[in-house]
Design a protein around this ligand. Structure first.
Ligand code: ADP
Ligand code: MG
Length: 689
């Protein structure tokens, strides 16, 4: 059977389907209902409370009226069931909508029912025509309602027609199962062809729910299978160096030189790393921890394990400032031990650089710290055993793979200070194992957060002045206005001039995206050195920069920022001895969601909690900025809601790959047919394989 064999399929409709991405019978089967109209869920109009609850009602059209004039024009469609009448109202497109209805037709309305005067009304209801021959009272079947695309509705391809097509297809076609039987059994999933029936021709709500679960699993399973295969083929193809000996450096450092107790989170991350480097496989691990959770010491632990076994380590930071900072921190920690650590950045003299490169190549340098670019392009290691990548979010799967492939196939440890909910991290960093450092080191003073209106500026500046007199430093951040750098600059520049006057006893600096990177580094360095006390900035403040003396973060128009961004900014302070304050200043007209975000910030300092809330508000796409993030888009599954299914799919996928990497077994042949094209596509996307 072919698509063109379907009844009622004109050339126009065929084109409309194609424009909606449907080019085969299977595509059409995979075109799932948006919701279902279930007789048991249809309300009687008289029983509606009219308080704005979401309802489905079914009735015959009694009257169609246009009311009002000019741009106040509206369309009212009154329907009646056997109990009462209800009004559907359209304030927009009244004229156009009118053509969709005919007196005497039976329709269903879906939406929020509110009582106004004599009628209960639904504004802009979703509507569906119900065939006259289906007597309303006999509407036993559950009716699937299909999404309507523009081209479909232009060709009057109704849900009813699509539904009929599905019936015809399912009479003739029986898509073969490809999920291996044992997995299908253990996950309690309906077999594929039945699941399609349950989606398109369900007998009950529990049927289509079960079917949906199957298709979600199917989708996530294929994804996890591709992850597992990638890891096996590309990443774990190399045997890892085995760091058997955890002797001298590591134990000396942790027993004698570490100036504090490790937190439980740090200990557990270190024990994950220890397992990895002794396993015989290449480590490829992400350490996720909120700002200030103490990732650096964990990284250092890994470095010492490498050194103990005669290997070198590389520490790669995204910017020179961060590289310098890490270099200083590590040097301080290692002061008492005989370890050769070198810093490699762009602005060094040639002779110095040559000296460093020679030391690294010759093996006398144990640790080299530098920017990603410099280390990747310039350095030949004598015996690199471990590469650490700090702040990976500018770093893709492909670049990580390149490092794993580098000469001696080092272990790779990626560190991220961006809290990402687990489900998202699992899909986004699918090539990595993940450790999360929970909690912050004790004895830290949590940042106090206040939310204030603009009219409080004077009081806020008085407060800031007190802190400055007391030896503190402050950030003042302005938002990026509609991505326009000009506007963005205008706000920040005006703020800069104003605050220069207000804080005339102090040095005020300005940092923005249009400065070249040397100038930016200069200003930042001055702030680090406390030569600048108040730093006005757009959102370009470097992530990860540590200025322990900075104790105030003022964010102007805080309502315009996303939650995660606010949290990142707040993470710049609270890094030292003094009590730190984050002051979120809001403008006029803050949306409900904006208010929620500000409240959330005031309520908690927990980055993961904030990330969860942010993800819920924005969805995975916006949360990460999908395109560049490499996050796969799922058709049926929702990685936030379907976390549990994701975990199950992952477990099953790994089990299968461990038994049958190339899918050679006879029971995996159907799976192979479906999987291989999918896998090719995905590998291309990731630029690997
Ligand atoms: P981040 O995870 O943001 O990179 P850092 O590694 O820079 O955090 O650590 C932040 C600060 O906390 C540093 O000054 C570090 O020395 C200190 N620190 C790290 N671990 C502990 C601990 N267990 N107890 C006390 N202070 C710690
Ligand atoms: Mg850090």
């Amino acid at each position: 059977m072919n698509l063109t064999d379907l009844p009622n399929l004109s050339t126009k409709r065929l084109k409309a389907l194609s424009e909606s991405g449907i080019n085969s019978l299977l595509d059409l089967l995979n075109f799932f209902p948006r919701r279902y109209l279930d007789r048991t869920s249809v309300s009687k109009i008289r029983r509606l409370s009219g308080n704005g609850e979401e309802v489905t009602v079914v009735g015959r059209i009694k009257n169609i009226q246009q009311k009002g004039y000019g741009n106040k024009k509206r369309l009212e469609v009154i329907i009646q069931d056997d109990t009462a009448a209800l009004k559907g109202v359209w304030f927009k497109g009244a004229h156009y909508m009118k053509k969709n209805f005919t007196k005497g037709e039976v329709v269903s309305f879906f939406g929020k029912a509110k009582r106004y005067g004599r009628y209960t009304s639904i504004a802009h209801p979703e509507y569906e025509k119900i065939d006259d021959s289906d007597d309303i009272e006999d509407l036993k079947q559950i009716m699937p309602i299909y999404p309507s695309t523009k081209s479909l509705s232009n060709t009057r391809t109704t849900s009813k027609i699509i539904h009929n097509w599905q019936k015809v297809i399912l009479k003739h076609e029986k898509p073969p199962e490809f999920i291996p039987e044992s997995i299908r059994q253990s996950q309690n999933l309906p077999v594929r062809h039945k699941a399609y029936r349950m989606i398109h021709l369900p007998q009950s709500a529990s049927e289509y729910k079960k079917a949906f679960k199957r298709f979600k699993f199917e989708e996530l399973f294929l994804f996890e299978l591709s992850v597992a295969k990638t890891k096996n083929e590309i990443i774990e193809r190399h045997k890892g160096h085995v760091f058997e000996d955890l002797g001298n450096y590591t134990s000396r450092f942790f027993n004698q030189h570490l100036p504090f107790e490790l937190t439980d989170g740090q200990k557990s991350a270190l024990s994950d790393i220890k397992k990895d480097v002794r396993s015989g496989n290449q480590m490829n691990r992400l350490i996720q921890g909120d700002v200030g959770s103490g990732k650096t010491v964990v990284a250092l632990g890994a470095i010492l394990m490498a050194l103990d076994n005669g290997y070198q380590a590389a520490f790669m930071a995204p910017t020179e400032i961060l590289a310098e900072q890490h270099y200083r921190t590590l040097s301080d920690f290692l002061e008492a031990m005989d370890i050769n650590i070198r810093l490699l950045v762009g602005n060094q003299k040639n002779s110095l650089r040559t000296d460093i490169l020679t030391a690294v190549e010759g093996g006398s340098c144990d640790i080299v710290v530098g920017t990603h670019a410099v280390i990747q392009e310039k350095v030949n290691f004598n015996n690199l055993g471990l590469a650490i990548i700090d702040e990976q979010h500018r770093f893709g799967v492909k670049q990580r793979a390149e490092i794993l492939e580098k000469g001696s196939h080092p272990h790779v440890l990626v560190m991220s200070a961006t809290p990402i909910p687990r489900s998202l991290a699992m899909t986004l960093y699918s090539d990595l194992d993940i450790s999360v450092i929970k909690g912050l080191p004790g004895g830290r003073k949590p940042v106090k957060t206040a939310v204030r209106p603009q009219k409080k500026h004077d009081e806020i500046y008085d407060f800031v002045e007190q802190e400055l007199k007391d030896g503190g430093q402050a950030y003042v951040v302005y938002p990026l206005v509609e991505e326009s750098e000009k506007m963005d600059l205008k706000d920040a520049t005006a703020g800069f001039e104003k605050l220069q006057k207000r804080f005339s006893d102090f040095e005020v600096g300005l940092l923005h995206g249009r400065m070249d990177s040397d100038d930016k580094d200069d200003v930042m360095q001055q702030f680090i050195n406390n030569e600048i006390q108040v730093l006005i900035s757009t959102t370009v403040i470097e992530v990860g920069v540590d200025v322990p003396n900075a104790s105030i973060m003022i964010i102007e128009h805080a309502e315009r920022f996303g939650l995660s961004q606010l949290h990142q900014l707040r993470g710049r302070i609270g890094r030292g001895e003094r009590q730190s304050y984050c002051i979120l200043i809001y403008g006029q007209k803050v949306s409900k969601e904006g208010q929620y975000r500000l409240r959330k910030m005031a309520e908690t300092n927990d980055g993961f909690e904030i990330a969860e809330a942010d993800l819920e508000l924005r969805g995975p796409g916006d949360f990460l900025g999908t395109k560049q993030s490499g996050l796969p888009e799922f058709r049926v599954a929702d990685i936030v809601e379907d976390q549990w299914i994701l975990e199950q799919a992952k477990t099953e996928a790994w089990k299968l790959i461990n038994q049958d990497l190339s899918l050679e077994k006879s029971e995996h042949q159907e799976l192979k047919k479906v999987f291989m094209p999918y896998y090719k596509e995905r590998s291309k996307l990731y630029g690997i394989g």
